[in-house]
Design a protein around this ligand. Structure first.
Ligand code: SAH
Ligand code: SF4
Ligand code: F3S
Length: 468
């Protein structure tokens, strides 16, 4: 067979798989089911939508039950406990497979890009049928076909890629909002982080392709997009016709019918004044900025290879708050990086108090083999890390609570996202600044923008009342 491009080739394999699955359907007298479980970040969630898109075109019915005919774990390896979770769940899956030998178990995503992981799987988890990585997600149909025809385990890990494959199917989890990849990979090599090793070098998509995708999403009912990249602020720098992230935002803003734009993640070192200006005047870009700090100690930031110091970071916060007064700012912080002293830690606390985050994701440093930090001396003792972690959390929570109080009693625009799981007759949605609000309403509101009075601030969320 010869194909003019990769997408065409994969469509061919989707058809071939569909034939095989049809046979099975006839044999079983029912539809086959597939369950894709996602671990990790928004990138993985987006990849999973593509994986499910391929599987549903092949003829699998989507299910959340892991007693399925095909189970695919899309893995994360950013911290050690992400890995441990996978090994634990694989044990559970093997029991299900014992009862259904025809079941296909697949693993993909970031963890598979590590040699020692694949070695371990081959040695101790022989029941796994399909292993592939982050660079060849689009190959699912081809790999599955090979597995179905051969009856043998199929393993295909790429070390990297320069390719960006467009136009494959996707099944979206939400009808009204969607992630949109604007770039893949990361070039920053923060010394603690494994992502550049498992996601490869930075590659930006063409702005035309991104805008096209957003238009198509809007035509299909999407009102909010989240532009995704490990460092969106360096978007476009390596394109043939370089373009800034701020310019891309302006192009996306022009898409008619689109109501809200979010993006993730911003690296402080590349956050430009141009971006702040574009955000300040935009009608669609949400008043929200996720700006990972990692540490407040300039000494540690240097060793972390972050390319900014405490003062530069605080200056950014100041500029953001000045230009966009009610902006919600969130962050990521690592506690217990090798060599972190009490003084370093107090610098982090100081930044938290000055930046006044709406919320912060706090992580205990996890040693990732292959990263420079893994070889650094002075790994901080566990009890010291735990103590610092708890102290940090207290400060973070206290400030979050105070921040939510500020909007209590005001009326804000809310995008309704889902039925409330705990209170019957209630729905939940998000403000522009990404805070969550619960209020009385029914499912017909899902995907709609409504005005809600934030009656009561509850720490991390609000209880509200819809106003006409
Ligand atoms: N590209 C994003 C971060 C992606 S990873 C950025 O640069 O901001 C998400 C978060 O996981 C990071 O911000 C960091 O706080 C945390 N993280 C990454 N590696 C880690 C490690 N080895 N131990 C603990 N936390 C880590
Ligand atoms: Fe990891 Fe740093 Fe890249 Fe973020 S910017 S993914 S923390 S290496
Ligand atoms: Fe995890 Fe990979 Fe994302 S390691 S955080 S899923 S890029």
């Amino acid at each position: 067979m010869s194909f003019t491009n990769e997408t065409e080739k994969q469509k061919y394999y989707i058809d071939k798989c569909r034939e095989l699955i049809k046979h099975k359907e006839n044999e079983y007298g029912r539809k086959l089911t597939a369950c894709v479980v996602t671990f990790g970040c928004q990138m993985n969630f987006k990849d999973s939508e593509k994986l499910m898109g391929i599987l549903s075109q092949i003829g699998y019915e989507e299910t959340e039950d892991e007693h399925a005919d095909l189970v695919l774990y899309n893995t994360c390896t950013v911290r050690e406990n992400a890995n441990l979770k996978i090994y634990g769940r694989l044990g559970y899956l093997s029991k299900i497979k014992e009862k259904n030998p025809d079941m296909i178990i697949g693993l993909c995503g970031c963890m598979m890009q590590e040699e020692h992981v694949v070695e371990k799987l081959n040695k101790s988890y022989k029941f796994v049928d399909l292993i592939f990585g982050t660079h060849n997600v689009f190959l699912l149909a081809e790999l599955l076909y090979e597995r179905l025809i051969s009856g043998h385990k199929v393993e295909d890990i790429w070390e990297g890629t320069t390719e960006v494959v467009e136009d494959l199917p996707a099944v979206r989890k939400y009808s009204f909002k969607s992630g949109v990849n604007i770039m893949y990979g990361c070039n920053n090599f923060c010394s603690y982080c494994i992502v550049p090793y498992v996601r490869g070098r930075e590659r930006s998509r063409n702005p035309e392709d991104i805008v096209e995708e957003v238009k198509e999403l809007v035509a299909n009912g999407v009102v909010e997009v989240m532009l995704l990249g490990q460092n969106v602020n360096s978007y476009g720098k390596t394109l043939e016709n370089p373009i800034s992230f701020a310019k891309l935002l302006e192009k996306v803003e022009e898409v008619e019918g689109l109501k809200r734009i979010r993006f993730m993640t911003s690296h402080p070192k590349d956050l430009s004044d141009e971006l702040i200006k574009v955000m300040a005047k935009s009608k669609k870009i949400c008043k929200q900025m996720h700006l990972p700090l990692q540490s407040g100690s300039s000494r540690l930031l240097k060793i972390m290879n972050r390319h900014y110091d405490k003062e530069q970071y605080l200056l950014l916060i100041k500029k953001l708050r000045k230009a966009i007064p009610d902006i919600g700012i969130t962050t990521d912080i690592i506690v217990g990086f090798p060599g972190e002293t009490e003084d370093d830690f107090l610098e982090t606390i100081d930044v938290v108090k000055k930046a006044r985050y709406d919320s912060a994701f706090t992580f205990i440093y996890s040693k990732r083999s292959g990263t420079p930090a893994a070889k650094m001396p002075d790994q901080v003792p566990e009890d010291v890390v735990k103590d610092r972690f708890n102290r940090l959390l207290n400060v973070v929570n206290e400030i979050s609570k105070e921040k939510t109080l500020k909007l209590q009693g005001t009326v804000q625009e809310v995008l309704v996202e889902e039925e409330n799981k705990k209170i019957e007759g209630f729905v939940s949605g998000r403000l522009s600044n990404n805070s969550v609000v619960h209020f009385k309403g029914d499912v017909s509101l899902i995907g709609k923008l409504v005005n809600v009075n934030l009656k009561e601030a509850k720490g991390f969320y609000y209880m509200g009342e819809m106003v006409e």
